[in-house]
Design a protein around this ligand. Structure first.
Ligand SMILES: NC(=O)C1=CN([C@@H]2O[C@H](COP(=O)(O)OP(=O)(O)OC[C@H]3O[C@@H](n4cnc5c(N)ncnc54)[C@H](O)[C@@H]3O)[C@@H](O)[C@H]2O)C=CC1
Ligand SMILES: CC(=O)C(=O)O
Ligand SMILES: [Mg+2]
Length: 370
């Protein structure tokens, strides 16, 4: 198969979807890899390293989209890429369709085959291609939160861990999945008082068991969240209903209950966000304020730490990408349920229920397309 790796063009997105090690694996399986020049630069991989690994460097994004049967990317295509996408072309990347109606319509009209990293799902319901980036974003959420809690950055002016004789900060984590667990580990390690809320009692039970003593677990419901936001200094949003629009757990009226300078990091922004007042921001301009509350809503947080993120992401994606290249998407998806769940939009039809529900568009059972 002919594989194309474009350079990411989302704001400050320095990850790349394939490393030179991955290019070597594709070559060993008889595939041809085209990489856009400087695609790996931000992650520390020069064009020369790809060439040595057997890939061919192309100078423009148009050439990459023009030649490839499968495009491997990191982030969803942005508007300037839409017209480069061809009918039947396989796109393997994050899409987060439920947070973007224009992207959904664009991919329908391009008639491409869109296999989304974030909905590839194992039988134990884990999301193997989301996990590594959720680990990164969960950890980063605490770093970013700590930074914006500093007074000169617009925050309340509290140190997460406090010092002797002074209480630490209160950190509220919404969702105790991968993001929530990593955030809680980081924040508790710094000495903050952490509360994790989740709707899953077994998950809360597990977290209660493994977390240190400065982490509490609380059932997620409106009443409890309304109480907890009053004393929170940092709120981290990490809830997920796979493939669907995130629920708004923090409504606008709750901001009035918070202390001015409270910081809210909405990691779930890529699925539309779990705070009613969230709107996606960029690494260049990451925060804004509503009612005295600082909002950080960057949709590609791991893009800021590409050395870590590219390796973590490609460790997980490569085995799936190789299956797609070796067998083609139809055979690979019919043999592997995990990949089948990644199909979101196929040749103009929405085949993922969370996406059709998000935009009130018709749903087609993916099995009809085989
Ligand atoms: N902004 C960014 O750069 C990044 C964003 N993400 C996003 O972060 C979000 C979380 O991802 P993961 O932690 O991997 O998901 P996950 O599936 O591991 O965890 C989600 C948790 O939310 C809980 N949940 C669902 N509804 C809830 C509710 N009403 N109240 C409380 N908890 C609820 C679930 O029980 C689950 O434990 C996703 O939207 C993901 O796409 C992930 C990586 C990077
Ligand atoms: C998961 C995601 O949105 C990211 O890694 O950017
Ligand atoms: Mg405890």
């Amino acid at each position: 198969m002919i594989i194309g790796v474009p350079k990411e063009i989302k704001n400050n997105e320095n990850r790349v979807a394939l490393t030179p090690a991955g290019a070597t694996e594709f070559r060993k399986h008889g595939h041809t890899v085209y990489v856009q020049t400087e695609a790996g630069k931000g992650s520390g991989f020069s064009d020369e390293l790809y060439t040595e690994a057997g890939a061919v460097i192309l100078s423009t994004i148009e050439e990459v989209y023009g030649i490839a049967e499968m495009i491997i990317k990191v982030k969803e295509p942005i508007a300037s890429e839409y017209e480069l996408i061809n009918e039947d072309q396989l796109l393997f990347t994050y899409f987060h369709f439920a947070s973007s109606e224009p992207l959904t319509h664009a991919m329908i009209s391009r008639k491409a085959v869109c296999l989304a990293y974030e909905t590839v799902e194992k039988t134990d319901r884990s999301l193997p291609l989301l996990v590594p980036m959720s680990e990164v974003a969960g950890r980063m959420a605490v770093q970013e939160g700590a930074k914006y809690l500093e007074k000169p950055m617009g925050g309340f002016g509290i140190l997460l861990g406090g010092v002797a004789g002074v209480k630490p900060a209160n950190v509220l984590v919404l969702g105790g999945g991968i993001v929530g667990t990593q955030s809680a580990k980081m924040a508790s390690g710094l000495g903050a008082n952490v509360t994790i809320v989740d709707i899953s009692l077994p998950r809360l039970r597990y977290l209660e068991d493994i977390m240190p003593a400065n982490v509490d677990t609380v059932m997620s419901n409106e009443y409890n969240i309304r109480e907890l936001v009053k004393s929170a200094n940092l709120i981290i949003g990490g809830v997920l209903i796979p493939g669907a629009k995130a629920p708004s757990l923090i409504t606008r009226d709750m901001l009035k209950l918070m202390k001015p300078g409270t910081v809210m990091v909405d990691v779930a922004i890529d699925q539309g966000g779990c705070f009613e007042t969230s709107k996606a921001t960029t690494h260049e301009d990451p925060i804004y304020e509503v009612d005295g509350v600082v909002h950080y809503c960057v949709a590609n947080m791991p893009g800021a730490v590409p050395y870590t993120s590219t390796l973590a992401l490609t460790n997980a994606t490569l085995p799936y990408a190789l299956q797609l290249a070796n067998q083609g998407w139809r055979l690979a998806c019919s043999k592997n349920e995990e990949l089948l769940k990644g199909l979101n939009v196929v040749n103009g039809k929405i085949v993922f229920k969370g996406v059709s529900d998000a935009w009130n568009l018709p749903y087609t059972d993916v099995k009809e397309l085989f």
